[in-house]
Design a protein around this ligand. Structure first.
Ligand code: SF4
Length: 491
């Protein structure tokens, strides 16, 4: 039996893609390797959103070269966004790479691996660039990759990502996603419903719908257009499903019907990731984000009115081309006043192929970017702490996800009574840590919140553990080579 090691960087899309690639290769007789050293194939599923993510992969390729020299039969693969963006450049920089496959061609991986094993030499499969062909031709070259799921390959058996669409058509000036993930293409509602129903039958209790701009979802069928609100209503009716989340949202598509769906559908989590990216109209214009900060705040006010307890989170870019001190101050002011639960904050990283890269100088010095990044992190930490402190003394229902980061890092083995420090999430996506029996993993449990930090809550299991909703056939296991996403899908 051949063994595979796969490392995944980037967003939930990549985590899901890795899950599906592994499942496809398992059907061809492959198994996951316990360590990279014992693998017959080493794959990197890559991200191109920031230079740093690409640098990490080229460093990893440098390290795997030594292994490849010792074992020429080792198959080294680069999958995902970097494969689409850099294409032949990957092999020019790392000629020991055997396989380069873009995100729109992942269905070809088993065939390409078999070809390499049969001696056909290095294989490259990518989709068309977004210039020089019709939209339809380009869209067809980014094939949806949603084969049957393998329940053993999900990071946990009770949670799953479900793709609603691929690609993006927004073309924000800084973003490489429309180029590497292709045109926006939705999946049919009935296909998504069938996948969710199957996942629930396999023990899944929470699904997270993912799309680069998930709330732009649009499926036209027989004169009717289905939007994300319609899809949520459909999924809310799936018996046995407890929670539905969706990421990432584009501010202008946070429509009243969607907010009403989140308010009215009991299984939909009150958690909305809606990246603002900046607080200044001038910078938003340079970013080509397509809205003003006034329009963003109007959207936020509608969310707060209809969903007063919802957690809203954001992404921000600091040090974008030409960002002045005064413009940065507007982002700081936004973070101090908007009440985001948390924000993902990034220093601007110029991406070849984007409008900003071609037309705007990357003129904010790196030390200024770092200082602004730090200042924004500190401002967000204060806001997050204040938001979390309001939960102390309340009782929250959490879905127990597994060992806390602390106990996972320590490699803690639960004691004879099976107790360890566990972590779970509330309906509004707040992380809660608590000591409890490991058998509760995968269950909904009430926790009394006793203290709060900026990034998590702590608590104790509430009276009446017997009320914890049992999950049939809980299988707590880890598939080490698959990692948790470092950012939400989309940016
Ligand atoms: S930032 Fe988001 S909306 Fe803009 S192009 Fe990138 S993925 Fe699309």
């Amino acid at each position: 039996m051949k063994r595979l090691w796969i490392e995944t960087v980037g967003c939930q899309m990549n985590v899901l893609d890795s899950e599906l690639v592994v499942a496809a290769l398992r059907r061809e007789g492959w198994a996951l390797a316990g360590t990279q050293a014992e693998a017959d194939a080493v794959f990197y599923n890559t991200c191109s959103v920031r230079q740093h993510a690409e640098d990490k992969i080229y460093s990893a390729l440098g390290r795997v070269r030594l292994e490849k020299e010792k074992r020429p039969d080792l198959i080294v693969g680069v999958l995902g966004c970097m494969a689409q963006k850099d294409q032949a450049l990957v092999r020019a920089r790392a000629p020991w790479v055997d396989l380069v496959v873009g995100p729109g061609q992942l269905h070809q991986v088993p065939r390409l691996v078999a070809a390499i094993q049969a001696g056909a030499g290095p294989q490259l499969e990518v989709s068309f660039d977004r210039k020089g062909k019709s939209r339809d031709e380009i869209a067809r070259s980014f094939e949806s990759y949603d084969p049957d799921r393998d329940p053993g390959m999900r990071p946990t058996p009770f949670q799953a990502f479900v793709r609603t669409q691929t690609g993006c058509d927004k073309f924000c000036a800084f973003c490489v996603v429309p180029h590497v993930r292709g045109p926006e293409q939705a999946r049919a509602p009935e296909t998504i419903l069938a996948e969710a129903t199957k996942l629930v039958a396999e023990g899944c209790r929470e699904i997270t719908l993912i799309g680069q701009t998930v709330n732009s979802y649009r499926w036209a069928d027989g004169g009717r257009t289905h939007r994300l609100a319609d899809l949520l209503a459909l999924l809310d009716g799936v018996a046995g499903l407890d929670r539905i989340k969706f990421v990432t949202n584009y501010p202008r598509d946070m429509t009243p019907d969607l907010i009403a769906a989140v308010r009215d559908l009991p299984k939909v989590c009150h958690y909305l990731h809606v990246p603002a990216q900046h607080g200044s109209d001038d910078v938003l214009l340079r970013m080509k984000r397509g809205y003003t900060i006034g329009e963003y705040m109007e959207m936020l006010a509608r969310v707060r009115e209809e969903l007063p307890h919802a957690a809203v989170t954001s992404d921000f870019i600091v040090g974008f081309c030409g960002e002045t001190d005064a413009e940065f101050q507007t982002t700081l002011d936004l973070v101090r006043t908007a009440g985001f639960k948390n924000s993902f904050i990034f220093k601007y990283s110029p991406r070849p192929g984007t409008k900003a890269f071609d037309r705007l100088p990357d003129d904010v010095p790196d030390d200024v970017k770092k200082a602004r990044n730090q200042a924004l992190l500190e401002a967000q930490a204060e806001v997050s702490l204040a938001g979390n402190l309001a939960f102390v003394g309340t009782r929250q229902q959490v879905l127990v996800e597994g060992l806390s980061t602390r106990d996972e890092k320590k490699g803690v083995q639960p004691g004879p009574d099976g107790v360890a420090q566990l972590t779970g999430r509330t309906m509004c996506d707040r992380i809660v840590v608590f000591d409890a029996p490991v058998r509760l993993v995968g269950r909904l449990v009430d926790i009394d919140i006793t203290s709060a930090g900026a990034w998590s809550l702590a608590g104790i299991v509430a009276d009446g553990l017997a009320d914890a909703v049992p999950l049939d056939a809980v299988r707590v296991h880890s598939i080490a080579p698959l990692t948790k996403p470092s950012t939400p899908a989309g940016v």
